[in-house]
Design a protein around this ligand. Structure first.
Ligand code: SF4
Ligand code: SF4
Length: 637
């Protein structure tokens, strides 16, 4: 049984993101929309699995802005709604976010921002509590999966009470840790409603917006008062003259640190559930009883600054510490926090935290790499060979965010700039107009739909000479195979229209559009050379869609259908140790032997056949003839 389907009263081990999803279901969720991004993806994924059972609508949107707008509009119709995204996704949705605070909402509307301190899979570690401050939207934070579920329900009610959007901030350690969660009843779901017209409120013309801003500030004052009464705030009074104020993940780590340091009952602790806005009366009350305070929060000193400002305004004589004791960069954990807490409590750090375990052996670096048989690897090789054969040497590659970002490393080096989702074509446009280099923009299919289309239109409009190469593996692969508008099916697996990249390109005026199969190496190189020639001769945009399904998806489909995956092997007698297969293609299944001849690990080979096609000495052969079924499985389109 799916974990989110257990009956009320069950205690289920849930991932933090599943707990957030369960909280939304128990709050009467009627509509959910998201764009995948680590560490947020499992929220919508788990909602998708149970949407039919509970009767709410769920969708993967083309990007976070669309997801936000869709969920916002559903809320205006009286349907409780959720949108979820990774922290940088909120940048994409920021325009809508800022305006939604002015109009407010009707039914509860929760914006889940899952953040990535330490940048495990992100380009920055921005702290989206600043968006809450910026937009006048409260930000709720939990420290565990259990609290996440309960706080999500509270946040939905809070949103509905004030008819105002709320942000639920999670971080990697909450989203991706597991814990026991007790289930409550699920109310009957309201998944349809009616939009009641009120242009003075919902049509943000300047004359309306000016009045709404006044109302927003009034509402914010009420919200600032209400957050003092959150049942998720907790004050532990140990009669000490020292106080630690914390929020989010900081609370769990802090309680462990106090135990390890043996100072559990020797300091007062104030845990709060909203750092934006901070519960002023609670904080002032606690500060008034101490001489020294420490603020524990992950990333930016948002709460710390607020606490210092409050103390200054109220003339409270209390020395307040924060980022002078607690790291500003990266995730909090016990190893990091214990030093700051020990310093604050004036106790020694236990010796096992002073000398981290050192290994006596060197562990070789294991950089991330594209999978064996990945079509992107073939596309990169073909692109580089086509450029070389065309005599184009001075090339700059404007890259993008996805699996293909791994093309940044050797042997490909085809990602010179990676700025943000959809940034490739825009950057290429600037490069094309001011540099003499040949410009290539590279992006994936999901990224193309997400944010590349306006930039594509711009490049046609402004006559920007560039080769655009879309690496179309038919799915949002990097986050775990979520469908997108080109996949031909929806979040729940229902068949739908396939929005074709080539049709979009032709529709916006790209004159050279082609589709290649990267597993047909010779043909792909020839057609890429034609595209390069077109760019050079016409000083215009050419778009080549390199289309082959993600290998991991294909192999898992093959295993499910009982289709055997053909393996390839090197004939050592024919191999001349030229190294082309392992140096230029660099498939992880191929390694050089001590005599520099190639060897294929049959357990890693996924049967793409590209190495066979590029070996100049015909030294690579399939161990068995690939079956018709195997070709069928590869062609998921
Ligand atoms: S066929 Fe060759 S390139 Fe493809 S996965 Fe196997 S070893 Fe790698
Ligand atoms: S490309 Fe062919 S000849 Fe060269 S190392 Fe690989 S298997 Fe051997």
């Amino acid at each position: 049984m799916h974990p989110l389907l257990y009956p009320p009263g069950s205690v289920v081990l849930l991932l933090g993101n599943e707990a957030i999803a369960r909280g939304a279901i128990e709050a009467g969720l009627g509509f959910a929309a998201a764009y995948p991004g680590t560490p947020s993806t499992e929220i919508l994924e788990s909602l998708t699995d149970v949407a039919e059972h509970y009767g709410f609508h769920v969708e993967w949107s083309a990007n976070e802005k669309v997801a936000f707008e869709s969920a916002y509009a559903a809320s205006l119709c009286g349907v409780r709604s959720l949108t979820a995204m990774k922290h940088v996704g909120l940048n994409v949705a920021a325009d809508a976010l800022m305006s939604s605070a002015y109009t407010g909402v009707e039914a509860g509307f929760l914006i889940v921002s899952a953040e990535d301190p330490d940048m495990w899979s992100s380009q920055n570690e921005q702290d989206n509590r600043y968006y809450g401050l910026h937009a006048y939207i409260p930000v709720f934070e939990a420290y565990s999966p259990w609290e996440a579920k309960e706080l999500v329900k509270y946040a939905f009610n809070f949103s509905e009470k004030f008819k105002h959007p709320v942000i639920f901030r999670s971080t990697t350690r909450v989203s991706h840790s597991s814990g026991p969660v007790k289930f409550d009843a699920v109310p009957s779901v309201k998944s349809s409603g009616r939009f009641v017209k009120d242009p003075d409120r919902f049509a943000l013309m300047p004359a309306h917006a000016r009045k709404l801003r006044v109302k927003l500030i009034e509402k914010w004052r009420s919200i600032c008062e209400e957050v003092n009464y959150s049942p998720f705030n907790k004050y532990i009074d140990n009669g000490s003259r020292k106080l630690i104020i914390c929020c989010g993940t900081g609370y769990g780590y802090l309680m462990d640190c106090l135990k390890i340091l043996g100072v559990e009952g020797k300091v007062n602790v104030l845990k709060i559930s909203t750092s934006v806005p901070a519960p002023r009366r609670l904080i002032m009350d606690a500060l008034g009883r101490c001489d020294e305070a420490l603020v524990v929060e992950e990333l930016e000193p948002i709460l710390e600054r607020d606490v210092k400002a409050m103390a200054f305004e109220e003339g409270v004589k209390c020395r307040i510490h924060g980022k002078d004791f607690i790291p500003l960069i990266g995730e909090l954990n016990i190893d990091k926090l214990i030093h700051g807490v020990a310093k604050f409590m004036d106790v020694p750090v236990p010796s096992n935290f002073l000398n981290p375990l050192k290994l006596s052996i060197e562990i070789p670096a294991r950089p991330p790499t594209l999978c064996a048989g990945c079509p992107h690897r073939a596309s990169f090789l073909e692109l580089k060979w086509a450029l070389a054969k065309s005599g184009v040497r001075d090339v700059v590659y404007a890259g993008d965010i996805g699996c293909y970002s791994l093309g940044v490393d050797e042997p490909f080096r085809v990602q010179d700039i990676i700025l943000e989702m959809g940034g490739g074509i825009g950057s290429a446009n600037g490069l094309a107009h001011v540099s003499n280099q040949f410009v290539v923009a590279i992006m994936g299919d999901s990224t193309f739909y997400h944010a590349c289309i306006p930039a594509l239109i711009n490049s046609v409009y402004n006559k920007s000479p560039m080769l655009i190469m879309v690496l179309d593996n038919r799915i949002t692969a990097m986050t775990g195979h979520q469908p997108h508008p080109g996949s031909g099916f929806t979040a729940t697996g229902a068949k739908t229209e396939e929005v074709k990249i080539e049709d979009i390109a032709r529709g916006v005026g790209v004159r050279y559009v082609d589709t290649i199969d990267p597993f047909n190496v010779k043909d792909s190189i020839e057609r890429l050379m034609k595209a390069i020639k077109f760019v050079l001769e016409n000083r215009a945009v050419a778009l080549v869609n390199s289309r082959r399904a993600c290998t991991l998806m294909v192999v898992s489909n093959a295993r499910r259908k009982g289709v055997s995956v053909p393996r390839y092997a090197v004939d050592a007698d024919l191999c001349r140790a030229c190294g082309i297969c392992y140096n230029q293609l660099s498939c992880p299944a191929i390694t050089p032997m001590p005599d520099k001849k190639a060897n294929i690990d049959p357990l890693l080979c996924f049967g793409c056949s590209v190495c066979m096609q590029i070996c100049p000495f015909n030294a690579i052969k399939p161990l068995e003839t690939p079956s018709k079924d195997w070709e069928e499985v590869w062609r998921v389109d």
